[in-house]
Design a protein around this ligand. Structure first.
Ligand SMILES: Nc1ncnc2[nH]cnc12
Ligand SMILES: [Zn+2]
Length: 336
């Protein structure tokens, strides 16, 4: 789908799960290739799930359809090429070594395939990308700690950050804090899914125990004004994914989504797609909704792109180049 109103704006995102970027048509081809019955999760060209728990099951099933390094190279290359076609200059991809292990590919080959996809897309389009290793909370603290140890080995220079995704209602952040200690010690950037399904306590726990530079979602912090002030004062960046929040029923519609309120309260926020085809969205659609439905100006949207690049887990040299591109690239539609 085309989103012409924000076509001219340069874009960046720092929160997209690689398997969550798989278009249903590609997942169907993968299922055919490996002889897997997906009739319960894939119907009429769309993923089938009805709530957050079912979404996570569906996600893990789709992940299991990608089984070789080349499968992952193709998925990554096609996602980034599509993003570049929407004027995106930077993307951070969230990857889970557990998925590589679960299909018997192994984490090294899994990440090598994703890195190859990044290389191919960059060569074709110039898009820059980095990899954020994530632990999956519903696989338990041991697996999240193992993911952190894996990321901390620092074998691949494209791996620049550590995250925790998955079932936010499982356990407390304190159970998983040792994983973040390992990642911090290794110099990785830290971000954590919090305040998406659970309320402000989850964001407060993350700030207390993980001290992340960024939080995945974090939107439910809006329910606690003191927490909002704390996020503002700390300068913590919220990786906001409005389309995901609406699809998962965190908010009933874009009119009630707190992105604008958080931004007006001085919290640093940026736009992200999360798992675009699962939520019938794309980064371009998120930009268009921010403009058309949430009433943000082009300047404000461009400011969020700047925030994403400022908060990106990338070295200063490429960051400088990306920010310079953004500065050169900004032309409000009204100026033609
Ligand atoms: N929105 C989301 N929340 C938590 N874990 C996820 N994994 C993929 N998408 C996710
Ligand atoms: Zn996410």
């Amino acid at each position: 789908m085309e989103f012409p109103l924000t076509r001219h704006l340069l874009k960046a995102e720092i929160h997209c799960h690689i398997e969550g970027a798989a278009p249903p048509a590609l997942a169907a081809r993968q299922a055919e290739k490996y002889g897997v019955d997906t009739s319960d999760i894939l119907r009429e060209g769309a993923y089938v799930w009805s709530d957050f728990s079912e979404f996570l099951v569906c996600y893990d099933r789709v992940a299991s359809l990608f089984r070789t390094d080349e499968d992952y190279a193709l998925l990554t290359e096609s996602y980034l090429t599509e993003l570049a076609g929407e004027n995106t200059i930077y993307s951070e991809i969230i990857v889970s070594p557990d998925h590589g292990d679960r299909i018997g590919l192994g984490a090294d080959a899994y990440i090598a395939g994703i890195s190859e996809g990044i290389r191919r897309a960059r060569e074709k389009t110039g898009i820059e990308a980095r990899i954020i290793v994530t632990g999956e909370r519903h696989f338990g603290p041991e697996s999240v700690i193992a993911a952190a140890k894996y990321a901390a080995r620092g074998k691949n220079p494209l791996v620049t950050g550590f995250n925790m995704a998955g079932e936010e209602r499982m356990g407390r952040v304190s159970d998983y804090a040792p994983a973040f200690d390992i990642a911090r010690e290794a110099g990785l950037g830290l971000t954590i899914h919090a305040g998406e399904v659970c309320g402000p306590f989850s964001v407060a726990d993350a700030l207390d125990l993980v001290r992340p530079a960024r939080i995945g979602h974090g939107v439910r912090a809006v329910e606690d004004p003191e927490l909002v002030a704390r996020l503002r004062d700390l300068g913590t960046v919220l990786e906001v994914c409005p389309g995901s929040n609406i699809a998962l029923g965190v908010y009933p519609d874009f009119g009630s989504h707190p992105l604008r309120r958080l931004k007006q309260a001085g919290v640093r926020v940026c736009l992200n797609s999360d798992d675009p085809p699962f939520f019938h969205t794309s980064l371009a659609r998120e930009y268009q909704i921010a403009l058309e439905t949430m009433g943000l100006s082009e300047q404000e949207i461009d400011g969020m792109t700047r925030t994403a690049l400022e908060a990106a887990f990338v070295d200063e040299e490429p960051r400088g180049r990306l920010l310079a591109r953004l500065d050169e690239g900004f032309r409000p539609a009204s100026l033609g």
